[in-house]
Design a protein around this ligand. Structure first.
Ligand code: UT7
Length: 318
């Protein structure tokens, strides 16, 4: 079936940085509460930017880097653009179609948005792997982009402190060679614990039962990691990094204790961006690649979990 190779990554963040102290001027909260309970130090909020503009900027950065790294790559070789998002500019056309237009790919690319909340990036990777098998073109642009600030209720301190805006893009290529890229995704219909009303609803905003989602997240990460390791015949000794959706440092701290001796492999950057939903795994991958921490031959596990409820995990060889 071929394996997915990460060719290049890119990211885009709004200019406006919002610290915990800034948020505490809007709702009754504090830097101390937010950082202790979540690990979050700051987030970015769109002003001039939008979900679509961030997606385009991140895509362009990934493409520019790919052009430098991969002599075979050409933008016209991209057959597929998937944007994982729940906060696109329009109900339609999709953000992915507007990315295609911005890249000059009018008429030559399949493009669609994918709604799986914070699992969206992983769902998109699994979609890409399956679809590229069907296609002549072997490159796909996978983007997670969110403008969650427009879905926040700034009267609800239990949610508005948790989220941020941002986008990350990963250019992937389906290669016909030995290697590992295994992804599996699941869902469990639930519109009680984490929900945001949709198009046409007045004041639609994120509503969450924090503790219920916390418990689900811990269980979903553990089950997903164990399942993908079992399916690929690997164990934690073989894995260099575990990149979880960055919702809350405490969730990751809780899970990593169950992998004694491997705690350092669980990457965390939620402090920098807060919870950017579908963008968070891509942002983590971009940080890991750009800091030189991810090297050829390494194996990583990525895990998404979120509204739906959805969860999805994969093992990849870099
Ligand atoms: O990508 C989507 C996935 N979402 C998540 O991963 C979120 C998962 N859940 C969580 O991360 C945590 O449940 C939260 C961070 C949302 C909340 O932390 P918690 O430790 O579960 O707090 P809690 O809901 O039990 O609330 C404890 C107290 C309450 O006050 P009382 O009733 O004890 O007096 C809350 O009213 O903290 C209060 N509180 C706050 N205080 C200051 C809730 N939010 C805030 C706040 N600032 N922002």
């Amino acid at each position: 079936m071929g394996i997915l190779k990460f060719v290049a990554t890119g990211k885009a963040l709004p200019k406006k940085i919002v610290t915990n102290d800034d948020i505490s001027k809007i709702v009754d909260t504090s830097d101390e509460w937010i950082e202790t309970r979540t690990g979050i130090k700051k987030r970015y909020f769109c002003e001039e930017e939008s979900c679509n503009s961030l997606a385009i900027e991140a895509a362009k950065e990934a493409i520019n880097r790919a052009l430098q790294k991969d002599s075979e790559f050409d933008v016209l070789k991209i057959g597929l653009i998937i944007v994982a998002t729940t906060s696109g500019n329009y109900a339609f056309p999709s953000t992915a179609c507007m990315v295609g237009k911005a890249l000059g790919l009018k008429g030559s690319v399949m493009a669609y948005d994918l709604s799986a909340a914070c699992s969206g990036f992983m769902y998109a990777l699994q979609n890409a792997k399956a679809l590229l098998n069907e296609m002549d073109k072997k490159y796909a642009l996978i983007i997670g982009s969110e403008e969650l600030s427009k879905l926040l209720d700034f009267n609800d301190r239990t949610t508005c402190v948790l989220f941020g805006d941002g986008a990350a893009a990963t250019l992937v290529k389906l290669e016909d060679r030995e290697g590992i890229s295994y992804i599996s995704s699941f869902s469990d219909g639930n519109d009680e614990d984490l929900v945001c009303e949709g198009v046409g609803e007045e004041n639609s905003s994120i509503k969450m039962k924090g503790q219920a989602v916390f418990k689900f997240a811990v269980k979903a990460i553990k089950q997903s990691v164990d399942e993908v390791l079992l399916k690929t015949g690997l164990d934690m000794e073989d894995i260099d990094y575990v990149v979880c959706h960055q919702a809350n440092a405490r969730i990751i701290d809780f899970v990593k204790k169950t992998y004694e001796g491997h705690e350092e492999k669980f990457y965390q950057n939620v402090g920098e961006y807060a919870n950017t939903s579908a963008a968070s795994i891509g942002l983590a991958l971009d940080d890991l690649f750009e800091s030189g921490k991810l090297k050829k031959g390494m194996k990583i596990v990525c895990v998404g979990f979120g509204a739906g409820l959805t969860w999805s995990a994969g093992v990849f060889e870099i």
